[in-house]
Write a protein that binds this ligand. Structure first.
Ligand SMILES: Nc1nc2c(ncn2[C@@H]2O[C@H](COP(=O)(O)OP(=O)(O)O)[C@@H](O)[C@H]2O)c(=O)[nH]1
Ligand SMILES: [Mg+2]
Length: 234
């Protein structure tokens, strides 16, 4: 496998990172000679940055990038995927809800597809989170047609040059939806594969917060208006 940069957006993940990062490094050492792990501390109020510094002292492949304040999930992902230097890019969550060991199954498809994206089979989130996710999928599909089986599944692998063709403006939870719609608009080849999803072991998910949800709907509506009504390409 040529070089791969792994991006982990992190918001108050001081408890999860000491488990997630060693797993990521151990698995990547099995499948790639050349890789880096970029952990983006998205303005956490806990010891997330200190924990990453300690981990990068132990694992030279690990690098910390910090946001001065909390800018949002999409902002953290964008910073992570654009600050790596390798031929391939992969992003997943820092909270350990995905099994990085499954990345090896994605790699054989990189010769045929531009993006290889996971869908959670099954999704292990609380019922209210599942209901919200369904509502979000219906909304996005209504605006743009089929986008993906599991739009927000944080298990996405792609060639770096995809980022030369796709610029994502959404900085909140609408990030992945905009990313995938633009990938389709550009005619990129997308492969979907099942991945495991694990319950969150530590820290708390904030994806269900009303302000996070409201921001996502605002960003998605703005993107729809710009791309489908004004037909402006961005
Ligand atoms: N929700 C949220 N997560 C962020 C933010 N910045 C970075 N993250 C990270 O994004 C990942 C997904 O967040 P999480 O709350 O677990 O979302 P969920 O699993 O979809 O409910 C985690 O690694 C978070 O630490 C942010 O502003 N809000
Ligand atoms: Mg999570």
């Amino acid at each position: 496998m040529p070089g791969i940069a792994v991006a982990l957006p992190a918001y108050n993940e001081e408890l999860s990172l000491p488990r997630t990062v060693p797993r990521v490094v151990t698995e990547l050492r099995k499948v790639a000679d050349d890789f880096e792990v970029v952990v983006v501390d998205d303005g956490s109020s806990d010891r997330t940055s200190d924990v990453v510094r300690e981990l990068s002292a132990q694992y030279p492949e690990v690098r910390l990038v910090q946001h001065p304040v909390n800018l949002g999930y999409g902002a953290a992902v964008w910073t992570g995927i654009t600050s790596g230097q390798k031929e391939f890019v992969f992003f997943t969550d820092a909270d350990g809800q995905f099994d990085i060991g499954e990345l090896a199954r994605f790699m054989p498809f990189t010769s045929e597809y531009d993006l290889i994206i996971g869908y959670r089979a099954p999704r292990r989130d609380p019922p209210m989170r599942l209901v919200n996710a369904l509502g979000w999928k219906l909304f996005v599909t209504l605006l743009f047609g089929y986008v993906a089986r599991d739009i927000d599944c944080a298990f996405k692998l792609f060639r770096r040059d995809v980022l030369d063709r796709v610029y994502v403006e959404s900085r909140g939870a609408a990030f992945s939806a905009e990313f995938l719609v633009k990938a389709h608009d550009k005619g990129l080849r997308v492969k979907e594969l099942p991945v495991s999803h694990l319950p969150r072991e530590a820290g708390s998910a904030t994806g269900n917060r009303p302000d996070v949800i409201l921001r996502a709907f605002k960003e998605m509506t703005a993107f729809w208006f710009k791309s489908r009504v004004l037909r402006r390409d961005s």
